[in-house]
Design a protein around this ligand. Structure first.
Ligand SMILES: [Zn+2]
Length: 309
């Protein structure tokens, strides 16, 4: 069996202003790191259906973004989030790839999948682009798993260093999804307090102290998050894989090493094996030191492949 890798050249056409950390080079470094990895089932990220976007966003939001797309230069949606002429196409492929990855894993075509697309998604709220994100890529994929595949228990683990405020907002009242976010606090966007628990106690937030490292992260996951996933017995596990908790990342202050991402990947794969036949889809969120990002993604995908063998 196999690990699928979804990406698309269109995701290189989402161009951000000079000096922006969420840059085209992120995907180029990841591609270089995975280029010589044999055995990956490499798939083009498809365009999405509007209906998938509408699982999480209102139609006037899609209309707004479509109208906002510039024909040259940039259109700034907020201080951090910008559209170039290729952005909407890239963002639609990021949604399409996550949905296709869920379909491939649910049908048994592949065991698990990694989506290397950009822009990322976990900060986008219902009608608000935010934090480099336009659409809630993984939240949409999770809703797709419920609506199109009839699942009733989906777990999302978001280990990006920033709180997954968008995923939280999009799934706040979704009792069929269990959402975990571990994140540095204090840090932008400032949300993610443990008392934010969702409409059905389906949201679980775990702030991590600035300058804490892999040991502290492992303790939180072992003591709190993994037992909660075990109790929930998910039918599918989705991962918001941000690699900006790495010690050298320029946007945050946690001290995780590449080995910590590998450990976390292994343990999440263990849970997928126990509860849902290994069914897991992981999607790229943040990670802004290009070398550390590439190394961490390579470690992450290598473990996905080992677990699908
Ligand atoms: Zn992040």
């Amino acid at each position: 069996m196999t690990t699928a890798l979804y990406t698309h050249p269109d995701c290189l056409d989402h161009v951000t202003p000079a000096g922006h950390p969420e840059q085209v080079a992120r995907l180029k470094y990841i591609e270089a790191a995975l280029r010589d990895v044999s055995g990956l089932d490499r798939r083009d990220a498809p365009d999405c259906d509007d209906d998938d976007i509408l699982l999480c966003h209102p139609s006037d939001y899609l209309d707004m973004l479509t109208a906002a797309a510039p024909t040259s230069g940039w259109r700034s949606l907020d201080g951090d989030t910008h559209m170039s002429p290729g952005t909407l196409r890239a963002a639609r492929r990021a949604v399409g790839a996550n949905v296709a990855a869920v379909d491939a894993v649910m049908s048994g075509e592949v065991d698990n999948a990694f989506v290397a697309c950009r822009p990322p998604g976990h900060h986008a709220e219902q009608s608000t682009p935010m934090g480099f994100c336009l659409f809630g890529n993984l939240a949409i994929a999770a809703k797709h798993a419920l609506e199109r595949h009839g699942l009733s228990r989906v777990t999302i683990v978001d280990f990006d260093v920033h709180h997954g405020n968008g995923t939280q907002a999009l799934l706040w009242n979704e009792r069929r999804i269990q959402f975990f976010s571990s994140h540095q606090s204090p840090l932008w966007p400032g949300s993610g307090h443990p008392n934010e628990t969702g409409g059905h106690n389906n949201i679980w937030n775990y702030p991590l102290e600035p300058h804490s490292g892999g040991q502290e992260m492992r303790q939180v996951y072992e003591a709190e998050i993994f037992p909660a996933i075990d109790r929930y017995q998910p039918e599918l596990i989705l991962v918001s894989a941000g690699f900006d908790a790495h010690a050298v990342d320029p946007l945050a202050n946690l001290n995780w090493q590449t080995d910590d991402f590998a450990w976390l990947t292994e343990r999440i794969c263990d849970l997928a094996s126990v509860h849902c036949g290994g069914r897991l889809v992981s999607t790229l969120e943040g990670g802004y030191d290009l070398r550390a990002l590439a190394d961490s993604v390579a470690a992450h995908v290598t473990i996905l492949m080992e677990r699908s063998a």
